[in-house]
Design a protein around this ligand. Structure first.
Ligand SMILES: Nc1ncnc2c1ncn2[C@@H]1O[C@H](COP(=O)(O)OP(=O)(O)O)[C@@H](O)[C@H]1O
Ligand SMILES: [Mg+2]
Length: 256
């Protein structure tokens, strides 16, 4: 359902715009911000719901929505919850911009204090995509590219922070008729002040933790001890060579 930005001041839409306590002044201010950002419509779709309205996501800091710009581009919005423990979305925008500098994350298009406008990513969450029975070759490609992206974030010292339970933070986007690209989302908990553990977190999640059962139906899992040894070496150096040793242990690249 596509709704004009001006109409968001009314129920039931107001609850999404200023979740969980819509207030007239806040609503007007947010509509002003959306217009300033060039947003003309919001689209209520997605797997989560607020009341009877569908949204893409609802976390502790924001609500994620699909939207349309005045020029007709489909985008994703993150709108700050009024009860969020962050005063504005500046931190997330800054982290996303940094991730974008190495080709990771939805492209940051614009932001204000309460709204981030970013590239809309089509696609399923990684566990859901794996459940659709994709070709092993595609799975190998997606995992290798996902790991490379996490390595790039490690390289620039940006820790995503939520990749050990990555079920909702990796989307698999179709790219052409027979290829897929893994896309990382949600840089709200990201930081440049922690030691980055993107690659080790995602690798453990995929091959040892929560996703390993699904992955085992498609490809053989690496020997646990070998993998842990390779990950330990990676942790110490974080270099390309250590990365490749892990990829090799996981069967994602041929012998090096
Ligand atoms: N740029 C985007 N394009 C499409 N869907 C997105 C985008 N960003 C987030 N989502 C969807 O919204 C969900 C929640 O987003 P996220 O940033 O994790 O917010 P939160 O954790 O605060 O709810 C994601 O799991 C994903 O399904
Ligand atoms: Mg999230």
């Amino acid at each position: 359902m596509l709704v004009e930005v001006e109409k968001l001041v009314k129920k039931p839409f107001s609850l999404v715009l200023a979740y969980p306590r819509p207030d007239e002044a806040v609503l007007r201010d947010r509509i002003r911000q959306l217009k300033e950002l060039g947003i003309s419509h919001v689209e209520f779709c997605g797997r989560k719901s607020i009341g009877k309205l569908n949204v893409l996501g609802k976390g502790h800091v924001g609500v994620v929505l699909a939207a349309k710009t005045e020029s007709g581009l489909k985008v994703a919005l993150k709108i700050r919850r009024v009860d969020a423990d962050r005063e504005n979305l500046g931190h997330e925008a800054e982290m996303l911009k940094l991730a974008n500098s190495v080709g990771v994350g939805p492209k940051l298009l614009a932001h204000t204090g309460d709204v981030i406008v970013m590239e809309f990513i089509e696609g399923q969450h990684l566990p859901e995509w794996l459940s659709t029975g994709p070709d092993k070759d595609h799975v190998v490609e997606v995992l290798r590219e996902l790991f490379e992206k996490c390595w790039k974030l490690d390289q620039i010292g940006l820790d995503h922070g939520e990749l050990s339970r990555a079920h909702s933070h990796v989307l698999v986007e179709p790219r052409g008729p027979s290829a897929f690209e893994p896309r990382l989302v949600d840089f709200e908990s990201a930081s440049t002040r922690r030691r980055p553990s993107n690659f080790t977190s995602i690798c453990q999640y995929v091959f040892i933790g929560g996703l390993s059962g699904l992955v085992a139906r498609i490809m053989s899992l690496p020997d646990r001890e070998d993998l842990i040894r390779a990950l330990r070496a990676y942790k110490a150096q974080m270099g390309r060579e250590e990365l490749d040793r892990v990829l090799e242990a996981c069967g994602l690249i041929k012998h090096i």
